[in-house]
Design a protein around this ligand. Structure first.
Ligand code: C2E
Ligand code: CA
Ligand code: CA
Length: 396
């Protein structure tokens, strides 16, 4: 019977395991009683008596370990089995630092147990070196990120987004950078994940909104045509459960005297799909305020347009992987054309991301994509360089 794989029944005096056995499982006692003992040097020593809900054998799960003591039932006993496989799977999903601490703690308690039993403690390799390095690297990164926020080491770069129709600048996307210890810029891919995991993305997100709004005011002042620019701001998953995100946006808009319609919040489609309810609530509030919404990285996730009508999205941003082979592959070009046409039907504009050549820009315009962003037009720029960029265009 399948269910029995996770349950063991022992009769009175039956031995569960002996010291030195390879330990592949831990147990929770459902009913009955277990004695943990050692027969070291021929002397029977009872180390513990365990009853219902007690756990045993857990130390063998820390690695490929052997049992440090023996266990036997002292009454008819039912055990629930926790397999090594099950636990490793859980452990692998856990935070690397927690995993490392758990392994160390387990190894240390094994060592003290062995000493208490009079065994010569074998110098054990208490944790995998790679694992330890990963855990510490992660810890350092988290602590450095926390410090960086207080030390003002973050900055935003701004990448122009152009109208394909006439090449004019429609707005900018704010992209975070970290000047780590003043030693050079760290790209977001190396720290956004950790900032999310540690929750730091929440205060960081507030800083991003405030700074991007201030940036927009400065950029607008440098835009000689006077046409209103927008500012795209990226949101990540953790920010959907931040109750202060919306008030923070309202405050920043008010402080900088900005119309909410000038802010465009970018969310990836997988983020929205996996958190539809939380996403819907926040996005609808932002939309009701008047802000614009964009689906980021379209083409990398579900690429399903079916959820779009559930959310009031204004813009579809086509991921650069989607566009990579449009100039060589006629089918890709057709797909982009169809997606662009559908987006327009749904009342959305489309931004092609990662446009690196004039050829791509021309093709995208031909197939009806409305906006483009990419190195061909401009890399992400410091605020100062973005102001110069706008000034230079006005002069040209
Ligand atoms: P994303 O939102 O898709 O941002 C576009 C990325 O593509 C940026 O990378 C940009 O520098 C890069 N890019 C732009 N044009 C080109 C091009 O022509 N060719 C190529 N190869 N790349 C181009 P970046 O700045 O490294 O950002 C990476 C990701 O980090 C962003 O992807 C976004 O998911 C995340 N991110 C950046 N800033 C923020 C932020 O303020 N908040 C949050 N939550 N995430 C952010
Ligand atoms: Ca984006
Ligand atoms: Ca993107």
């Amino acid at each position: 019977m399948q269910a029995d794989r996770f349950r063991r029944r022992l009769s009175e005096a039956e031995i569960l395991f002996r010291a030195g056995d390879a330990g592949q499982e831990a147990y929770v006692i459902e009913s009955g009683a277990i004695e943990i003992y050692s027969d070291h040097g021929g002397e029977h020593r009872v180390l513990a008596l365990l009853g219902a809900d007690d756990i045993l054998g857990e130390m063998a799960l820390a690695g490929d370990q052997t049992r440090t003591a023996s266990a036997r039932a002292i009454a008819p006993t039912v055990l629930r089995v926790i397999t090594h496989e099950y636990l490793s799977e859980r452990l692998n999903q856990a935070d690397p630092l927690l995993r490392h601490l758990l392994r160390i703690t387990m190894a240390r308690s094994r060592q003290s147990l062995q000493r208490a039993l009079g065994n010569t403690a074998v110098a054990e390799q208490i944790a995998d070196v790679g694992e330890r390095e990963l855990a510490f690297k992660r810890l350092r990164l988290e602590q450095d990120l926390q410090r960086a926020l207080d030390a003002g080491e973050f900055l935003l770069h701004y990448q122009p987004i152009l109208r394909l129709m006439d090449g004019s600048v429609a707005g900018f996307e704010a992209l975070i950078r970290w000047n780590r210890g003043g030693q050079g810029l760290v790209p977001p891919m190396e720290f956004i994940g950790v900032a999310e995991h540690s929750g730091l993305i929440v205060p960081m997100g507030h800083w991003i909104i405030e700074t991007a709004c201030a940036g927009l005011v400065a950029l607008q002042a440098a835009c000689s045509s006077g046409a209103p620019l927008f500012m795209s701001i990226n949101l990540s998953i953790r920010q959907f459960s931040d109750p202060d995100l919306f008030p923070c946006l309202q405050r920043a808009l008010a402080r900088h005297g900005l119309d909410p319609g000038r802010i465009k919040l970018e969310v990836t489609e997988s983020l929205v799909m996996e958190n539809l309810e939380a996403a819907q609530a926040l996005l609808q509030d932002c939309k009701a305020l008047g802000a614009q919404l964009a689906v980021d990285d379209f083409g990398t996730g579900y690429s399903s347009l079916s959820y779009l009508h559930k959310l009031p999205m204004d813009t579809l941003k086509l991921d650069r992987s989607f566009l990579r082979d449009i100039s060589v592959n006629a089918a890709s070009a057709k797909i982009v054309r169809a997606v662009g046409a559908l987006a327009i039907d749904l009342g959305m504009d489309t931004v092609a991301e990662g446009v690196e050549s004039a050829e791509h820009g021309r093709l995208l315009r031909e197939i009806g994509i409305t906006h483009a962003q990419g190195y061909h037009y401009s890399r992400p720029l410091t605020l100062e360089a973005a102001l110069t960029y706008l000034g230079g265009r006005a002069a040209a």
